[in-house]
Ligand binder design. Structure first.
Ligand SMILES: NC(=O)c1ccc[n+]([C@@H]2O[C@H](COP(=O)([O-])OP(=O)(O)OC[C@H]3O[C@@H](n4cnc5c(N)ncnc54)[C@H](OP(=O)(O)O)[C@@H]3O)[C@@H](O)[C@H]2O)c1
Length: 203
């Protein structure tokens, strides 16, 4: 059915399929009718974070609280269909009790680390995105900490936030306030000890 459309109709069709400009530029090439069927949805980039009621996220290089329900939610959400990657800063990587995180490609942002067991070290946000796209990752989850969240926010490529608001105010030394300016709340559900809220980019 797609092959019977003229070029203009194809461009409209492709632009509705959530593909990035780089992909639908290819439709303009002489062999556009073949390429259009290879166009795949763009990789999603999502931020997942747990903050207390005052936006605290970390303490002494680790998490300020123990919340099993949130760890379970984090694991399920970031694994997705089994074709996802997580990207984290060096400090967060060094805080993991059993690295790498299973069933996900682990990318670590660092300018100082040479390599790490079970992870791929990337030197910039752009490199992280390129590596994940090269691996045909479905969803790239940005899992912190603050420096890493803010570096990804600066690219304006973030599609979604999944925020756990942990009950109470905890003793923290790192804070992060997600930048929700262009996002609207899509869903909310309760877990033990907190609330999980999902925000998506407003069209
Ligand atoms: N509550 C939560 O959901 C949550 C989630 C994750 C982490 N945390 C907590 O957050 C705290 C750590 O946060 P953080 O902000 O201090 O550290 P971080 O983001 O985990 O790591 C910072 C390091 O990552 C590298 N990095 C960050 N941005 C980079 C960029 N654009 N390009 C190249 N390298 C980059 C640098 O490593 P080099 O110095 O090697 O260059 C930097 O020193 C910990 O307490 C952790 O437990 C909380």
């Amino acid at each position: 059915m797609v092959k019977s459309l003229n070029l203009c109709e194809k461009l409209i069709w492709v632009s509705r399929q959530n593909v990035r400009p780089g992909v639908w530029m290819a439709v303009n090439s002489p062999s556009d009718s073949g390429l259009i069927e290879q166009a795949k949805p763009a990789m999603k980039i999502s931020i997942i974070v747990a903050t207390d009621q005052e936006n605290g996220i970390g303490k002494d290089g680790g998490l300020p609280w123990r919340n099993k329900a949130d760890l379970g939610h984090f694991s399920l959400t970031t694994k997705g269909n089994g074709n996802n990657a997580v990207v984290m800063g060096r400090t967060t990587w060094q805080s993991l009790p059993n690295p790498p995180l299973a069933d996900r490609t682990n990318l670590v942002l660092s300018t100082t680390m040479q390599e790490g067991k079970g992870c791929r070290v990337v030197r910039s946000v752009e490199e992280a995105i390129a590596v994940a796209e090269g691996l045909s990752v479905e969803e790239l989850w940005v899992i912190g900490g603050r420096k890493t969240y803010e570096a990804f926010e600066a690219t304006e490529r973030v599609d979604k936030y999944v925020v756990t608001k942990i009950d109470g105010v905890h003793d923290c030394d790192v804070w992060y306030r997600p930048d929700m300016q262009d996002f609207w709340m899509q869903s909310w559900h309760k877990i033990e000890g907190g609330d999980v809220i999902e925000w998506v980019r407003a069209e």
